[in-house]
Write a protein that binds this ligand. Structure first.
Ligand code: UDP
Length: 244
């Protein structure tokens, strides 16, 4: 319950402050957050997010204000190694979300994001696994529907809110509504709802272990190629800037 004794030290990579936690330590902290009454925002940046934060200062501020900043991708771990920072383990948002739901069996959750049929399928899959999904909503609602969604979440009082609307939309949403929500954890986790629905497949374990999940995502979804141009830019920026 007391997270003050746990190592929440942060280490900056291009101005983004990552927590240097192992996967299991991050999971333990999330479980601690569930015992509190405050809404904690969790972000899971990859190199593309770090580069977006360089261009979009508001997004950078949001990443700096998050309660936990977890390294989603191998690129962050390699950059940390180069910079000799103690960020040694990937904590993919998609994995930790599903492990949290499996572990926190008495907690409830709400899904917000992905296409309508996908959000519904993800909720159905989780319910079949015994997760208490109190509600869901796709991420393509009209701006005027926003207040109704906030009202619904307040009525249903989920402990965990899973936001899968892509960056920076989900992070902006999380911070804009941080104090108007009854949850204890708001997870900003991109395509996780698609994965839970079975709509998007994760890379095979062997590729994940080899740090090649990004390559699998590029091969299966070539429309990501443009944003992946940020990967070489990230490498150049890290090497140029060095330790901050
Ligand atoms: N999405 C959404 N609303 C939008 C735009 C995107 O709900 O207005 C969803 C999209 O359907 C997908 C997710 O956001 O489920 C984005 O996934 P991606 O893996 O691209 O996330 P990122 O890597 O950008 O965080």
């Amino acid at each position: 319950m007391d997270t003050t004794n746990k190592n929440l030290e942060q280490f900056k990579i291009l101005d983004v402050p990552f927590n240097g936690l192992t996967y299991q330590a991050a999971l333990a902290i999330l479980l601690d957050f569930l015992q509190t009454s405050k809404n904690h925002i969790i972000v899971t940046p990859n190199p593309e997010a770090v580069m977006l934060a360089q261009r979009n200062k508001n997004f950078g501020k949001i990443l700096n204000a998050a309660d936990l900043v977890l390294p989603d991708a191998i690129g962050i771990i390699l950059a940390a190694k180069w910079l000799k920072l103690p960020i040694t383990e990937r904590v993919p948002g998609c994995d930790i979300t599903q492990d949290l739901l499996k572990t926190a069996t008495t907690s409830s959750c709400y899904l917000l994001g992905a296409a309508p049929t996908i959000a519904e399928k993800a909720a159905q899959n989780l319910r079949e696994q015994g997760v208490n999904v109190v509600g869901f909503r796709d991420g393509y609602y009209k701006p005027e529907e926003m207040s109704t969604i906030i009202e619904e979440i307040n009525l249903l009082k989920p402990d965990i809110l899973i936001l899968g609307m892509g960056m920076p939309r989900q992070e902006n949403w999380a911070f804009q509504n941080k104090d108007n929500l009854p949850c204890k954890i708001t997870l900003c986790v991109g395509g996780t709802i698609d994965v839970i629905a079975g709509n998007v497949k994760r890379a095979p374990k062997i590729m994940r272990k080899a740090g090649l999940e990004w390559l699998y995502r590029l091969a299966t979804n070539p429309s990501r190629a443009k944003r992946m141009l940020d990967l070489p830019r990230f490498v150049v920026a890290v090497v140029k800037r060095g330790k901050q």
